[in-house]
Design a protein around this ligand. Sequence first.
Ligand code: SF4
Ligand code: SF4
Length: 110
Amino acid sequence: MYLVADIDVSICAEKSCKLCTQYCPEANTIQYSEELGKSKGFKYGSAYVAVDRCKGCAQCVWVCDNMAKNNAIKMIMIDQLPLAAVTDNIRYEEKSTIVTLSNPMVVIGN
Ligand code: SF4
Ligand code: SF4
């Protein structure tokens, strides 16, 4: 097991600064969804992490805490995530960069 970033939608969707999406060193890992926030009744969308791409560097935590001052991201053991976004159509053997999010929130670990 290892640590991955987890974004608190209830905090992020109030701010929606998108700063973390610019600093994650892994391509297509921090994504943004308008529906994710609005479906929970917030005005804005929210960032979320495709955990199967997250390398656990915690750079996004530093950005959200210290640059954005929003404290919306925590590192959490991947098996402790109640819900996690995972990417679809990743072909590691082909080193493809194609990423299709089939469903923003997919339960993993069960
Ligand atoms: S930096 Fe924090 S508040 Fe801003 S989009 Fe990322 S998670 Fe949301
Ligand atoms: S922990 Fe690192 S790799 Fe994972 S989402 Fe945050 S910045 Fe990206």
